[in-house]
Design a protein around this ligand. Sequence first.
Ligand code: HEC
Length: 214
Amino acid sequence: MKTLKNIAIAICASVVLTSCFNDRKPNYQYFPNMYESVGYETYGEYEIFPGQQSAMMPVENTVPRGFVPYDYENSTEGLNLAKAELDNPYKVTEENLKVGADLFNIYCAVCHGDKGDGKGILATREKFLGIPSFADAGRTIVPGGIYHVQTYGLNAMGSYASQTTEKERWQIAMHVMDLKASLKGEPGVLETVQAEKELTESLTSVTDDNATQK
Ligand code: HEC
Protein backbone atom coordinates (compact mmCIF):
# COMPACT_ATOMS: atom_id res chain seq x y z
CA MET A 1 0.00 0.00 0.00
CA LYS A 2 2.83 2.33 0.95
CA THR A 3 4.71 1.57 -2.30
CA LEU A 4 1.52 2.22 -4.28
CA LYS A 5 1.23 5.62 -2.60
CA ASN A 6 4.87 6.40 -3.33
CA ILE A 7 4.45 5.44 -6.99
CA ALA A 8 1.35 7.65 -7.22
CA ILE A 9 3.25 10.57 -5.70
CA ALA A 10 6.15 10.01 -8.09
CA ILE A 11 3.84 9.97 -11.13
CA CYS A 12 2.02 13.12 -9.97
CA ALA A 13 5.32 14.87 -9.30
CA SER A 14 6.77 14.00 -12.70
CA VAL A 15 3.58 15.11 -14.50
CA VAL A 16 3.58 18.40 -12.61
CA LEU A 17 7.28 19.01 -13.16
CA THR A 18 7.44 18.11 -16.84
CA SER A 19 4.01 19.08 -18.24
CA CYS A 20 4.87 22.75 -18.75
CA PHE A 21 8.28 22.04 -20.20
CA ASN A 22 8.93 23.40 -23.69
CA ASP A 23 12.19 22.15 -25.14
CA ARG A 24 12.21 24.87 -27.82
CA LYS A 25 12.62 27.66 -25.31
CA PRO A 26 14.95 28.16 -22.40
CA ASN A 27 12.96 27.17 -19.35
CA TYR A 28 14.16 29.09 -16.36
CA GLN A 29 16.39 32.05 -17.06
CA TYR A 30 18.82 31.99 -14.19
CA PHE A 31 20.79 34.91 -15.60
CA PRO A 32 18.33 36.82 -17.81
CA ASN A 33 21.03 39.30 -18.88
CA MET A 34 22.64 36.48 -20.80
CA TYR A 35 19.49 36.19 -22.95
CA GLU A 36 18.20 39.73 -23.00
CA SER A 37 20.87 42.30 -23.59
CA VAL A 38 20.97 45.26 -21.20
CA GLY A 39 22.63 47.35 -23.93
CA TYR A 40 20.61 49.09 -26.64
CA GLU A 41 20.06 46.95 -29.74
CA THR A 42 21.23 48.54 -32.99
CA TYR A 43 17.77 48.87 -34.49
CA GLY A 44 15.78 48.73 -31.27
CA GLU A 45 12.92 51.01 -30.21
CA TYR A 46 13.60 52.97 -27.03
CA GLU A 47 11.80 56.01 -25.72
CA ILE A 48 15.02 57.80 -24.86
CA PHE A 49 15.98 58.29 -28.55
CA PRO A 50 14.50 60.80 -30.99
CA GLY A 51 11.84 59.01 -33.04
CA GLN A 52 12.27 56.15 -30.53
CA GLN A 53 14.89 54.58 -32.80
CA SER A 54 18.34 53.72 -31.51
CA ALA A 55 19.69 53.93 -35.08
CA MET A 56 20.31 57.59 -35.80
CA MET A 57 21.66 59.63 -38.70
CA PRO A 58 25.22 60.95 -38.42
CA VAL A 59 25.48 64.44 -36.92
CA GLU A 60 25.13 67.14 -39.59
CA ASN A 61 28.34 68.11 -41.39
CA THR A 62 30.12 64.94 -40.31
CA VAL A 63 30.89 61.77 -42.24
CA PRO A 64 30.89 58.20 -40.95
CA ARG A 65 34.30 56.71 -40.19
CA GLY A 66 35.97 55.35 -43.33
CA PHE A 67 33.62 57.25 -45.64
CA VAL A 68 35.27 58.87 -48.64
CA PRO A 69 33.31 61.78 -50.16
CA TYR A 70 32.49 61.36 -53.83
CA ASP A 71 32.12 64.56 -55.82
CA TYR A 72 30.39 63.33 -58.96
CA GLU A 73 26.62 63.77 -59.23
CA ASN A 74 24.17 60.93 -59.66
CA SER A 75 23.20 61.92 -63.21
CA THR A 76 24.13 61.19 -66.81
CA GLU A 77 26.44 64.23 -66.76
CA GLY A 78 28.04 62.95 -63.53
CA LEU A 79 28.59 59.52 -65.11
CA ASN A 80 30.13 61.00 -68.25
CA LEU A 81 32.37 63.28 -66.21
CA ALA A 82 33.52 60.36 -64.03
CA LYS A 83 34.25 58.36 -67.20
CA ALA A 84 36.34 61.20 -68.59
CA GLU A 85 38.21 62.31 -65.47
CA LEU A 86 38.32 59.64 -62.84
CA ASP A 87 40.91 56.87 -62.79
CA ASN A 88 41.63 53.96 -60.48
CA PRO A 89 43.87 55.23 -57.65
CA TYR A 90 44.94 51.70 -56.76
CA LYS A 91 47.76 49.84 -58.50
CA VAL A 92 46.98 46.86 -60.68
CA THR A 93 48.31 43.92 -58.67
CA GLU A 94 47.49 40.26 -58.54
CA GLU A 95 46.11 40.73 -55.03
CA ASN A 96 43.77 43.63 -55.94
CA LEU A 97 42.55 41.68 -58.97
CA LYS A 98 41.88 38.60 -56.86
CA VAL A 99 39.80 40.57 -54.31
CA GLY A 100 37.98 42.30 -57.17
CA ALA A 101 37.20 39.00 -58.88
CA ASP A 102 35.87 37.43 -55.68
CA LEU A 103 33.61 40.43 -54.95
CA PHE A 104 32.45 40.59 -58.58
CA ASN A 105 31.40 36.95 -58.39
CA ILE A 106 29.44 37.67 -55.22
CA TYR A 107 27.68 40.89 -56.23
CA CYS A 108 27.71 41.27 -59.99
CA ALA A 109 27.97 37.87 -61.70
CA VAL A 110 24.27 37.03 -61.10
CA CYS A 111 23.44 39.63 -63.75
CA HIS A 112 26.63 40.33 -65.69
CA GLY A 113 27.86 36.70 -65.79
CA ASP A 114 31.24 35.60 -64.42
CA LYS A 115 32.82 36.44 -67.79
CA GLY A 116 31.16 39.86 -67.97
CA ASP A 117 29.29 38.95 -71.14
CA GLY A 118 25.92 40.02 -69.67
CA LYS A 119 24.69 36.43 -69.45
CA GLY A 120 24.37 35.92 -65.69
CA ILE A 121 21.71 33.62 -64.30
CA LEU A 122 19.21 36.48 -63.78
CA ALA A 123 19.74 37.54 -67.40
CA THR A 124 19.27 34.07 -68.88
CA ARG A 125 16.12 33.62 -66.77
CA GLU A 126 14.94 37.02 -68.01
CA LYS A 127 14.51 38.44 -64.50
CA PHE A 128 16.45 41.52 -65.61
CA LEU A 129 16.63 42.84 -69.14
CA GLY A 130 19.14 45.06 -70.88
CA ILE A 131 22.24 43.82 -69.06
CA PRO A 132 25.14 44.80 -71.29
CA SER A 133 28.32 42.91 -72.09
CA PHE A 134 31.41 44.78 -70.91
CA ALA A 135 32.71 44.49 -74.48
CA ASP A 136 29.58 46.24 -75.85
CA ALA A 137 30.85 48.61 -78.53
CA GLY A 138 28.11 51.14 -77.74
CA ARG A 139 29.31 51.63 -74.15
CA THR A 140 32.40 53.25 -72.79
CA ILE A 141 33.48 50.85 -70.08
CA VAL A 142 36.30 52.63 -68.24
CA PRO A 143 37.37 52.49 -64.55
CA GLY A 144 35.77 55.84 -63.58
CA GLY A 145 32.41 54.81 -65.05
CA ILE A 146 32.49 51.36 -63.44
CA TYR A 147 33.19 52.99 -60.06
CA HIS A 148 30.41 55.55 -60.60
CA VAL A 149 27.68 52.99 -61.43
CA GLN A 150 28.66 50.85 -58.45
CA THR A 151 28.39 53.90 -56.20
CA TYR A 152 25.00 55.13 -57.44
CA GLY A 153 23.55 52.29 -59.51
CA LEU A 154 22.20 52.80 -63.03
CA ASN A 155 18.49 52.29 -63.85
CA ALA A 156 17.75 48.58 -63.17
CA MET A 157 21.13 48.12 -61.52
CA GLY A 158 21.25 49.02 -57.81
CA SER A 159 23.91 50.85 -55.82
CA TYR A 160 26.63 48.83 -54.10
CA ALA A 161 27.85 51.67 -51.90
CA SER A 162 26.42 50.13 -48.74
CA GLN A 163 27.85 46.66 -49.34
CA THR A 164 31.32 47.59 -50.54
CA THR A 165 34.02 50.03 -49.47
CA GLU A 166 35.57 52.61 -51.75
CA LYS A 167 38.67 50.41 -52.19
CA GLU A 168 36.59 47.31 -52.93
CA ARG A 169 34.67 49.15 -55.67
CA TRP A 170 37.98 50.09 -57.31
CA GLN A 171 39.18 46.50 -57.00
CA ILE A 172 35.96 45.33 -58.68
CA ALA A 173 36.47 47.97 -61.41
CA MET A 174 39.95 46.54 -62.01
CA HIS A 175 38.48 43.08 -62.50
CA VAL A 176 35.77 44.44 -64.84
CA MET A 177 38.50 46.00 -67.02
CA ASP A 178 40.21 42.60 -67.01
CA LEU A 179 36.97 40.89 -68.12
CA LYS A 180 36.47 43.47 -70.86
CA ALA A 181 40.00 42.83 -72.16
CA SER A 182 39.49 39.07 -72.18
CA LEU A 183 36.10 39.40 -73.95
CA LYS A 184 37.81 41.45 -76.63
CA GLY A 185 40.69 38.97 -76.84
CA GLU A 186 43.14 41.61 -75.60
CA PRO A 187 45.88 41.04 -72.98
CA GLY A 188 44.68 41.27 -69.36
CA VAL A 189 45.23 44.41 -67.27
CA LEU A 190 48.10 42.86 -65.31
CA GLU A 191 49.97 41.88 -68.49
CA THR A 192 49.34 45.35 -69.95
CA VAL A 193 50.79 47.05 -66.85
CA GLN A 194 53.80 44.71 -66.85
CA ALA A 195 54.41 45.25 -70.57
CA GLU A 196 54.25 49.06 -70.04
CA LYS A 197 56.67 48.78 -67.14
CA GLU A 198 59.13 46.74 -69.19
CA LEU A 199 58.84 49.25 -72.03
CA THR A 200 59.63 52.24 -69.77
CA GLU A 201 62.49 50.29 -68.17
CA SER A 202 64.01 49.46 -71.55
CA LEU A 203 63.52 53.08 -72.67
CA THR A 204 65.24 54.44 -69.55
CA SER A 205 68.09 51.96 -69.94
CA VAL A 206 68.50 53.16 -73.57
CA THR A 207 68.63 56.77 -72.32
CA ASP A 208 71.09 55.72 -69.62
CA ASP A 209 73.26 54.03 -72.27
CA ASN A 210 73.14 57.20 -74.35
CA ALA A 211 74.08 59.24 -71.33
CA THR A 212 77.10 57.05 -70.54
CA GLN A 213 78.21 57.08 -74.16
CA LYS A 214 78.36 60.86 -74.20
C1 HEC B 1 20.36 43.22 -60.99
C2 HEC B 1 21.30 42.97 -62.05
C3 HEC B 1 22.63 43.68 -61.97
C4 HEC B 1 23.61 43.52 -61.02
C5 HEC B 1 23.60 42.60 -59.81
C6 HEC B 1 24.70 44.37 -61.43
N1 HEC B 1 24.39 45.04 -62.59
FE1 HEC B 1 25.59 46.27 -63.64
N2 HEC B 1 24.11 46.63 -64.96
C7 HEC B 1 22.85 46.07 -64.93
C8 HEC B 1 22.02 46.66 -65.96
C9 HEC B 1 20.58 46.32 -66.26
C10 HEC B 1 22.84 47.62 -66.62
C11 HEC B 1 22.43 48.57 -67.75
C12 HEC B 1 21.91 49.83 -67.12
C13 HEC B 1 21.48 50.85 -68.14
O1 HEC B 1 22.31 51.27 -68.96
O2 HEC B 1 20.31 51.23 -68.10
C14 HEC B 1 24.15 47.55 -65.99
C15 HEC B 1 25.23 48.30 -66.39
C16 HEC B 1 26.51 48.17 -65.87
C17 HEC B 1 27.69 48.83 -66.39
C18 HEC B 1 27.76 49.73 -67.61
C19 HEC B 1 27.62 51.16 -67.23
C20 HEC B 1 27.82 52.10 -68.39
O3 HEC B 1 28.64 53.01 -68.26
O4 HEC B 1 27.17 51.92 -69.42
C21 HEC B 1 28.74 48.46 -65.59
C22 HEC B 1 30.19 48.87 -65.73
C23 HEC B 1 28.21 47.60 -64.55
N3 HEC B 1 26.85 47.43 -64.76
C24 HEC B 1 28.95 47.04 -63.54
C25 HEC B 1 28.42 46.29 -62.49
C26 HEC B 1 29.18 45.86 -61.35
C27 HEC B 1 30.65 46.12 -61.14
C28 HEC B 1 28.31 45.17 -60.54
C29 HEC B 1 28.58 44.54 -59.19
C30 HEC B 1 29.04 45.44 -58.15
C31 HEC B 1 27.01 45.14 -61.20
N4 HEC B 1 27.11 45.84 -62.37
C32 HEC B 1 25.88 44.50 -60.72
C33 HEC B 1 22.42 45.09 -64.05
C34 HEC B 1 23.13 44.65 -62.94
